[in-house]
Design a protein. Structure first.
Lengths: 339, 291, 333
């Protein structure tokens, strides 16, 4: 199998606060291949945003700290590169778009200004060449009237157009990896449809990989090639998208799928998962989902279930599926111990 | 009964101790608090700790410099300055607290009504506040005190009047933002009347900013009251108010420096104490910094 | 059975001030001639994207906003004409639950007071009776007695929504407007709240207006659904009919844009071009015509009226209109 583009191994992130240590991420294993769209799904507080920011070392320190693990991008460990290399990577080889287009764009500069800044910084070209590149990118995201848009300010554009401008800006340097943190959550559904279609088209053309973070399982189903499900700071299941929806294994994934209403069929009452997400300051020992799990049995409260493969490419972290202890998704490179 | 009270106030008690802990860690808060504490202690204990009766005249000991018997020296009527300064603390603090309570109460209510009801009522109240604010506070207080007649109580009322717009402006601003919250619409949807909403929703949400403003105003009040007494419009002789003492002590400044210096020093330190404590408190109570 | 609440030709324009002297420059046409009716025990889902006016309709139905024209009938009485105490009396019957669990509860008010005050301000109960009623309603929405003595920030989003629901229900209303009650909640919590809402309706016979932009959620809770676009209702139908046989091009586009959580059935998501327009510059004729794939000449100049195309199913679209001269049955539902 080819070397993955991004390989996260045993990543742990903690936040040191007044109330205690928040164990936001614990032993995360994740892989993204070249040209693949990996969906990262989970509810509030599961750590998906922290994970996204950790990749680019954007976790505020203090109070956050990456306590262990490695993030290998094109072979090098991002957590250990120097400042210069990190700046090269950010925006150029790995780009990121956020949920709120309102706050990602600087309100006092024009769109053209901000886009050109990124292009000039990373591609080291002159102004007019940069402008041409920007126009090209705007037309690729099907922005109406790209010429005029360049001289507009963010507040003059609608949410959908802002997000398109962001996509254009972040993809202008043809990064190998795009991290999209809930990019369409704040948009209306018809606008979301447009933006997702454009995004899908563009990344496939550029050949970029995407880490697509969302809590919306519908979007994940429509867009992604593979999916990782997170719960309370851990990855609980990873699988190709059809397998995840057709044969979900982890009880949390099952519960999640049963809880979503659908426009395409009727259900009398939605299945719910009893209880609430645990606080990450004092998480339950063992499996973090155990307190809410209907299938919980003896080892669940004591031992953390490792992520193990049940089918090729489909891994679950659950004692119900012990699988092979070592597998494709978790190669030990010295750091095999659990955090 | 006590049980319910404790349950209901549990969170507020926890918050209070959390605030205390934050204050303890802030150097200016601690410094300010110590000053305030000392002055307050002095004021409360004056009757027990003051070595002499502040108004007892002893013509044989006029204008003595600081000594073992009179730590701060004596004034032109032989009265012990230390004792007078201690009782002066009582007076200054009383003025400060009364002014803050009166101005804060009226100002907050006016501000909340103004902000919540908006439009014409808001316009009317705020224009009146603007008029008051357009005068330098001391000048206006002076004019009022002069009109009402020189006495300590009149001085208190005059200063309170001058401080009302500051509270009103502050609370009005908060009211404007609280007004937009959904729980206000919910209250209207449940049939609550405007006055109920102002008293039960708007005002409680302004409490922490009012507290911070109060500590700052306290300092300014002491200063203005002292200035009024200095001119003769506030405390009347023989009341040992700090400003009044400076007023008389001015004449003796060259040769008997202690007379005006000690009361002046105390005014300075007290006002600074309230100011830095208020500043630190404002930072600490700021919800963005708290969590 | 006669409807619990009925809106007839509601209009609400918000003036926009501008210029040097703050004159009225333009109008934001939030709601433009909306009519609907909700019967006892029924849930009407009101669906649409941002700017379509659905939240404004909710507020107009409760007279939290005064309409510019039109009527809102509650048991035959026009509540838009009521003031003061008469209005307050009616308010006990018509309640609302809000979207944002953060700002819908007063952070400085004990839950006991937050849930109980509707009883006090309306003079329905005092003292210990309030406490016992609060306990009862908290139990009904799935919370503990002890929660009375806490403050909002100690609760999760889902729990706060339950508190909001408890507050709305404590006076025993007949009709409740739910304004995007689950939009800010996680999927699993959303499921709990939706189940709760349905249970309460089954138990007490409440009528609901359920406002949401999320079609799947609306499908789950509603009996009938009305689709809004730029201040008007473009289609209204019983639930099954709307999802299986949508007529209006906007409804169809909306349904097609909803990503289905089934990777085996992938479909194109971006079916509608252009942005959701602003209610300040409303297009002439049919408001949807600039984005409509099936727009005709007529659509540019003549606004379509709502016509019944099947029992209980009405559409406002020239594709389904009568021909020019025959007066089609004009039914507002």
């Amino acid at each position: 199998m080819a070397e993955p583009l991004l390989s996260i191994r045993n990543l742990s992130v903690q936040f040191f606060t007044y109330q205690g240590v928040v164990r936001a991420l614990e032993g995360i294993d994740l892989m993204i291949q070249r040209g693949e769209i990996l969906g990262l799904v989970g509810e509030t507080g599961c750590g998906k945003s922290v994970l996204a920011r950790s990749i680019l070392r954007l976790v505020p320190d203090p109070p956050g700290k990456i306590t262990q693990g490695e993030i290998r991008f094109k072979g090098e460990d991002i957590l250990r590169v120097n400042g210069k290399r990190l700046r090269e990577i950010r925006g150029n080889e790995i780009s990121m778009i956020f949920q709120e287009p309102m706050s990602s764009l600087n309100p006092v500069f024009t769109i053209g200004n901000q886009m050109a800044e990124v292009v000039i910084l990373h591609q080291r070209v002159k102004r007019d060449r940069a402008r041409a590149i920007c126009l090209e990118m705007l037309s690729q995201v099907k922005m109406p009237d790209p010429d005029r848009v360049l001289s507009k300010y963010p507040h003059e554009l609608s949410g959908g157009m802002k997000q398109r401008a962001m996509i254009a800006m972040e993809l202008s340097c043809r990064p190998a990896l795009l991290i999209a943190d809930e990019p369409t959550t704040a948009l209306d559904v018809t606008v979301q449809g447009q933006v997702l279609t454009i995004l899908d088209d563009l990344v496939r053309r550029i050949g970029a990989s995407v880490l697509f973070i969302s809590h919306d399982l519908g979007v994940i189903a429509q867009l992604c090639d593979r999916v990782s499900v997170m719960y309370a700071g851990r990855v609980v299941e990873t699988a190709p998208v059809e397998a995840l929806f057709a044969r979900p294994r982890h009880p949390y994934t099952v519960g999640l799928l049963q809880a979503i209403p659908s426009t395409h069929e009727e259900r009398d009452s939605l299945m719910t998962i009893p209880g609430v997400v645990p606080r990450l300051i004092d998480p339950p020992p063992g499996c973090r989902f155990a307190p809410r799990c209907a299938k919980r049995f003896e080892p669940c409260d004591r031992v953390v279930p490792p992520l193990s493969e049940v089918e090729p490419g489909h891994a679950v972290a659950c004692h119900l599926y012990p699988g092979a202890p070592e597998d494709a998704t978790r190669k030990s490179v010295g750091a095999g111990e659990d955090g | 009964m006590w049980d319910t009270f404790r349950k209901e106030r549990a969170w507020q008690i926890k918050e209070f101790f959390f605030t205390l802990r934050l204050l303890r860690q802030n150097p200016s808060a601690v410094a300010g608090f110590l000053i305030i504490a000392l002055v307050t202690l002095m004021a409360l204990a004056a009757a027990f700790v003051a070595p002499y009766d502040p108004i007892r005249i002893s013509l044989g000991e006029r204008l003595r410099p600081p000594s073992a018997a009179h730590l701060f020296g004596t004034d032109e009527l032989g009265r012990d300055i230390l004792s007078r300064v201690m009782y002066g603390a009582q007076i200054s603090l009383r003025i400060g607290v009364l002014v803050v309570v009166i101005a804060g109460g009226c100002g907050a209510l006016l501000g909340a009504i103004s902000g919540y009801l908006g439009r014409r009522v808001d316009n009317l109240i705020m224009r009146v506040m603007d008029v008051i604010l357009s005068f330098p506070p001391l000048v206006l207080a002076l004019a009022l005190a002069a009109a009402m007649g020189p006495s300590l109580n009149n001085a208190i009322l005059a200063v309170a009047f001058v401080m009302i717009p500051k509270f009103a402006r502050l609370v009005r601003g908060e009211a404007l933002s609280v007004k937009e919250k959904q729980f206000i619409t919910a209250a209207r949807a449940s049939g609550a009347k405007s006055l109920w909403i102002i008293l039960n929703h708007i005002l409680p949400n302004c409490v922490s900013s009012v507290i911070v403003l109060s500590t700052l105003i306290l300092g300014e009040t002491i200063l203005i009251a002292a200035s009024l007494s200095f001119i003769g419009l506030g405390a009347q002789p023989p009341t040992p108010e700090w400003g009044a003492m400076i007023s008389v002590g001015r004449k003796f400044l060259l040769d008997q420096w202690w007379y005006a210096t000690f009361p002046g020093l105390f005014i300075l330190v007290t006002v600074i104490g309230f100011n830095i404590f208020g500043d630190a408190l404002r930072d600490i109570l700021d919800p963005r910094i708290r969590r | 059975m006669p409807p619990v609440i009925e809106a007839i030709d509601l209009v609400k324009y918000f003036p926009i001030y501008g210029g040097l002297f703050g004159r009225k420059v333009e109008y934001l046409k939030a709601v433009d001639s909306v009519s609907l009716a909700i019967h006892p025990g029924e849930t009407l889902g009101l669906v649409g994207e941002s700017g379509c006016g659905k939240t404004t309709v909710g507020y107009l139905l409760l007279n939290l906003l005064q309409c510019d024209r039109g009527q809102v009938l509650h048991h035959g009485v026009d509540i838009t004409r009521l003031r003061g105490n008469a209005l307050r009396k009616v308010r006990r019957n018509l309640q609302i639950v809000f979207q944002d669990p953060q700002s819908s509860l007063d952070p400085r008010m004990l839950i006991k007071k937050t849930v109980g005050y509707p009883l006090e301000v309306n003079g329905l109960a005092r003292g210990s009776e309030v406490v016992s009623r609060v306990k009862r309603i908290l139990a009904e929405v799935g919370l503990d007695e002890d929660h009375m003595y806490r403050y909002p920030h100690e609760f999760s989003g889902g729990q706060r929504q339950r508190i909001g629901i408890a507050r709305a229900l404590i006076t025993g209303p007949e009709f409740i407007v739910f304004d995007e009650p689950t939009s800010a909640l996680d999927v699993s919590v959303q499921a709990q709240i939706l189940n709760l809402i349905k249970e309460l309706q089954a138990r007490h016979g409440y009528s609901y207006l359920f406002i949401s932009h999320n079609l799947s959620v609306v499908r789950h809770v509603s009996h009938r659904i009305a689709v809004m676009y730029l201040g008007t209702i473009v289609e209204a139908a019983p639930r099954a009919a709307l999802f299986e046989r949508p007529r209006h091009p906007y409804t169809r586009a909306l349904l097609a844009s909803v990503p289905e959580p089934n990777p085996q059935r992938r479909h194109v998501l971006g079916v509608l071009s252009g942005d959701v327009p602003s209610p300040v510059n409303v297009p002439t004729g049919c408001r949807f015509h600039p984005r409509c794939a099936e727009a005709m000449e007529k659509c540019r100049s003549v606004a379509p009226v709502s016509l019944e195309v099947a029992p209980g199913h009405s559409v406002a679209c020239h594709l389904y209109g009568p021909s020019e001269s025959d007066g089609g049955t004009r039914r507002q539902r």
